[in-house]
Each structure stands twice: as structure tokens, then as C-alpha cells.
Design a protein around this ligand. Structure first.
Ligand SMILES: O=P(O)(O)OC[C@H]1O[C@H](OP(=O)(O)OP(=O)(O)O)[C@H](O)[C@@H]1O
Ligand SMILES: O=c1cc[nH]c(=O)[nH]1
Ligand SMILES: [Mg+2]
Length: 225
């Protein structure tokens, strides 16, 4: 239930074709209502983050390879399909943590590589305050997660960190809940192999760097700050 040429996509984003996937799944749309609503309390907001992330993950991983694996059920031996590749989840702190929790439920063997960034409120530039990338970044599938892709500064900085350390750019998939056209353009232009999977492509960024209509501050809304 994904569209690579979303209805709301400004013309500039349509040129990214299959590299930009915007969900049109009714359950995603339904959960976005509660996610956006300013009266939704933090506990429900976090549930919506997890629910939408689960659905995005199903779509984002649909092409991942599996291999036959022997398993013994209580009744017989059989062959089942297991994922082939080692996976890393890269949450951009803080707001990416809720999405990482959801992904870990689906991919319990994944590594988690934490990157902490905050945006300067005046300049909108990201500042790195935490980096727990392990020595070896050998995973074949790397899911970077952050609910908001606004100017794209935080996303680009994180992907640069990974690629400078040797991650294959084609291994990186970025999952976000709400994106602005500016951020999509910046991220997908800078990394020509990267795939982006989002629940909604909004209209614009306002003069203080927030996505409109958006949902406000995704970190504050998850963590009640
Ligand atoms: O695309 P950009 O313009 O870089 O904006 C998006 C970033 O802003 C938010 O984080 P924030 O800096 O508010 O930190 P937080 O997660 O700790 O709230 C969001 O979670 C992204 O990381
Ligand atoms: O709208 C926005 C933009 C950046 N970060 C957020 O949390 N919300
Ligand atoms: Mg924030």
C-alpha cells in the first residue's frame, strides 16, 4: 500500500520515483490523525509512533532476501525462510527512539547504533552530542529512523557519519513519519542510492523550521517535555 508518486508530492519530489515511498495505507492514515492531533497525550502518541513504524517497516523490508532454514516443529522437520542479512537500526536521538523500539520488536537480533543530534533553534543546524557507532559497521541493512524530516540537516548529517565510516550507501534506508519536501529533496539529492520511506509528505517548513501541518515537536510529544 505504498505510492512512489504520492498525491500530495510536490512535483520536485516525484522525480525520485521508487526511492521515495509514501504510505497510503488506511491504517497509517488513521493513526496519523491521532499522531497529529494536538490533544493526543504522550502515551497514545508513543503508541501511534510504534504502530505507524511497524507498518512502514513491513513495506520497507518487503524486498529483503530470505534463505531456507531447517526447523523442527512439534510435528515435523520443515524448511522455513529466515532473513539473510544482519540489520542495524540507527535512531536519531531523541525522537527516533520510539521508532527504534518498534523496529526492535520486529527485528530483535538487530544491532542498535545510537546517534544524538539536536537542532539549534536559531540556525536549524544539527549539533552532534552523542555517537555510539560501533567499531565495525558491517551490517548489510541499515535502517535510520527519525519521525521528522524537516530541513533534512539531521538526516544528512547522520547518513554522512555512517557513509564516512564505510557503510555502503545502498544499504541505508531512512524511515520517517512526516517529511517536508525540502528535507526529502536534500536527503535524496545528496545520497543517490538512499531509499526513503515515509507516512506523510507535508506541505512546507514554517519560518521557525517546523513542518506544517506536521505534529509539533516529536521529541517533546513522546517524552512529555
Ligand atoms: O530535518 P531537520 O531540520 O534537521 O529537523 C528534524 C530533526 O528535528 C527533530 O529533532 P530535535 O532537534 O528537535 O531533537 P529531539 O529529537 O531531541 O527533540 C527531529 O527529531 C529531527 O531529528
Ligand atoms: O516539525 C518539526 C520539525 C523538526 N522537528 C520536530 O520535532 N518537528
Ligand atoms: Mg525535538
Amino acid at each position: 500500500m505504498f505510492s512512489s508518486t504520492p498525491k500530495a508530492a510536490p512535483h520536485a519530489c516525484a522525480r525520485f520515483g521508487q526511492r521515495l515511498r509514501v504510505s497510503n495505507h488506511p491504517l497509517v492514515q488513521h493513526m496519523l490523525v491521532r499522531l497529529r492531533d494536538q490533544t493526543t497525550p504522550p502515551a497514545e502518541f508513543r503508541r501511534m509512533v510504534r504502530g505507524i513504524t511497524n507498518l512502514l517497516a513491513v513495506e520497507a523490508t518487503a524486498h529483503w532476501p530470505t534463505e531456507p532454514t531447517q526447523v523442527t516443529t512439534p510435528l515435523a522437520e520443515t524448511i522455513a525462510q529466515a532473513l539473510v542479512d544482519q540489520v542495524a537500526i540507527v535512531p536519531i536521538l531523541r525522537a527516533g527512539l520510539g521508532m527504534a523500539d518498534a523496529l526492535l520488536e520486529l527485528l530483535p537480533d538487530a544491532q542498535v547504533w545510537h546517534v544524538g543530534l539536536f537542532r539549534d533553534e536559531q540556525t536549524l543546524q544539527p549539533t552532534e552530542y552523542y555517537n555510539k557507532l560501533p567499531r565495525s559497521l558491517a551490517c548489510r541493512r541499515v535502517l535510520v529512523v527519525d519521525p521528522m524530516l524537516a530541513t533534512g540537516g539531521s538526516a544528512v548529517r547522520t547518513c554522512r557519519l555512517l557513509i564516512e565510516r564505510g557503510v555502503d550507501p545502498s544499504a541505508v534506508q531512512f524511515l520517517s513519519l512526516i517529511a517536508a519536501p525540502e528535507g526529502v529533496e536534500r536527503l535524496l539529492s545528496e545520497f543517490s542510492d538512499l531509499h526513503l520511506c515515509i507516512a506523510a509528505l507535508d506541505e512546507r517548513i514554517n519560518d521557525v523550521g517546523f513542518i506544517v501541518p506536521g505534529l509539533g515537536d516529536a521529541g517533546d510529544r513522546q517524552f512529555h517535555t
